[in-house]
Design a protein around this ligand. Structure first.
Ligand SMILES: [Zn+2]
Length: 209
């Protein structure tokens, strides 16, 4: 039988070592959700160290910036090198990684070595890891390692955008209005979020099926 005057259990010392993946198309609020998830730890009674990583090509701000102008400071990482290299050699980033309780990765589709890196962070270095990224490129093809990371996630937060053409709240495709040979999807006004119905109407080739 419970006693009436039982005091609550003490809060955990650090965030749980686990993996959270935020996926979705463009304009679905992934960066905003990542920032919100990170900011929750500011209310912890314990001192929680947070490190946010972003690809170097994301030059929209010094940190990470959501479309509704939420922002947090972040460290820009050369996305042409595997993330695993960050664990291999002594660097300022490695020191900050070791200190961090929470590691967040924005625009994760640009990084190679993502799956191995996140598993190492959780199971070897006992970090709370939050990843946000696209799973498809503008041709609706699988892109990067975020899709491969999702089965390893303890929490998966799939987000959708509002379709730019019909207003359905199920836009998961990022359609590009001009021909592009590269996947430069950061802050690009030539892209629009489309639902499947409008995407099929918008594409001129039959590669979707
Ligand atoms: Zn639509």
């Amino acid at each position: 039988m419970l006693r009436q005057s039982q005091s609550p259990p003490p809060p955990p010392a650090k965030p749980e070592a686990s993996l959270k993946v935020i996926s979705g198309g463009m304009f679905s609020g992934k960066t905003e959700m990542l920032i919100q998830q990170v900011r929750r730890f500011k209310f912890s009674p314990k001192s929680i160290e947070v490190l946010i990583l972003k690809p170097r090509r994301d030059t929209r701000s010094d940190g990470v910036l959501s479309r509704n102008t939420l922002s947090e400071s972040a460290v820009a990482i050369d996305e042409t090198i595997s993330l695993m290299r960050l664990l291999d050699f002594d660097s300022e980033t490695r020191v900050r990684l070791e200190r961090a309780d929470v590691v967040a990765i924005d625009e994760a589709q640009f990084f190679s070595g993502l799956v191995a890196f996140c598993k190492q962070l959780v199971y070897v270095h006992h970090k709370h890891v939050i990843v946000a990224g696209l799973t498809l490129n503008s041709k609706a093809e699988s892109w990067g390692e975020v899709s491969q990371l999702i089965p390893h996630a303890h929490v998966h937060m799939p987000l959708t955008a509002v379709c730019r053409r019909c207003g359905r709240e199920s836009a998961i495709y990022s359609h590009c209005n001009v021909h592009k040979t590269e996947n430069i999807l950061i802050g690009d006004s030539e892209y629009e979020a489309l639902c499947g119905h409008c995407y099929v109407e918008a594409i001129s080739d039959a590669t979707f099926f």
